[in-house]
Design a binder for this molecule. Structure first.
Ligand code: COA
Length: 260
């Protein structure tokens, strides 16, 4: 598949998806929204890809929604405006629900929807000086479509400060509040990404997909309601071919087949 606004490069089982509008700091317009949604749908259907790394070309990861595009959408008839907003919301969902684990490599700026992308990926890694912010209120709007993804990571309490003030914060703070998994000096960012990718590749592919699904399913359940779900889950999973190989490899003191 070829894209106008993305650079998509496969490196064995790792697919690198890079936002590619460096002149506007990778701000996303309707083309990016449609292309990112298509790229993540393609990942779901591609058996070769085991891990996705989402990053950006140029000085910054992403300056969020393209404000010229936002202005255009505002001028559309009500229905068309609503459809375009829903497509944007579904792009974040396509990333969050991707069947393969998604690692974010964030640097420079990750503002507005850029912070939303950090929240949508599974494992966000950033440079310590990366600038985040739910800056929408400074523009007279709100971080609406990204709010569920961001609040899942930082919680309602922190959202009450950050959504209302639109204040900017750095990568270290993003780590402290749980928006990113880890902030490292820029010179160490690629090594941090490589380490996470290595960890994911050494895990059973079906188990990683199942873990992602487990979090989504169990998250909203009470401890009591979780019992039938989680016990059925492990009973089924430990009988799979992949689990049998994982157990056998450990007991035989060898690497499992998926690492060969
Ligand atoms: N939408 C559209 N264009 C954007 C953009 C956005 N969100 N963010 C940056 N750009 C454009 C700038 O207009 C500029 O275009 P120009 O070269 O034609 O003047 C170009 O990208 C570079 O931006 P600039 O501000 O000159 O670069 P910088 O490195 O000094 O600052 C940012 C980068 C990201 C800090 C700054 O551009 C910014 O604050 N952008 C808005 C971020 C934001 O609030 N996003 C939330 C959207 S809901």
């Amino acid at each position: 598949m070829s894209y106008q606004t993305l650079e998509v490069v496969a490196d064995g089982p790792v697919l690198h998806v890079r936002l590619n509008r460096p002149d506007v700091r990778n701000a996303f317009n309707g083309v990016v929204v449609d292309e990112l949604s298509a790229a993540f749908a393609a990942v779901d259907a591609d058996a070769r890809t085991r891990v996705v790394v989402l990053s950006g070309n140029g000085k910054s990861f992403s300056a969020g929604a393209d404000l010229a595009w936002m202005q255009e959408q505002a001028g559309l008839p009500r229905e068309a405006n609503a459809r375009s907003a829903e497509r944007m919301a579904r792009m974040f969902l396509a990333i969050a629900r991707c069947k393969k684990p998604v690692v974010g490599r964030l640097f420079g700026h990750a503002l507005g929807g850029g912070t939303g992308l950090a929240a949508a990926v599974d494992i966000a890694l950033c440079s310590e000086d990366c600038v985040f912010g739910l800056t929408e209120v400074k523009l007279g709007i709100v971080p609406a479509v990204i709010s569920p993804f961001v609040m899942q990571k930082i919680g309602v309490g922190r959202a009450r400060t950050l959504f209302l003030t639109g204040e900017r914060f750095d990568g270290k703070e993003a780590q402290r509040i749980g928006l990113v998994a880890r902030a490292v000096p820029m010179a160490e960012l690629d090594a941090a990404v490589a380490k996470s990718v290595g960890e994911l590749l050494s895990a059973g592919p079906a188990a990683v997909a199942s873990a992602k699904e487990l979090i989504r399913t169990v998250g909203p359940l009470s401890l009591e309601d979780a019992i039938p779900v989680t016990s059925a889950w492990i009973a089924e999973l430990r009988a799979t071919t992949e689990a049998r190989e994982g157990f056998a490899a450990f007991l035989d003191k060898r690497k499992p087949g998926w690492m060969a």
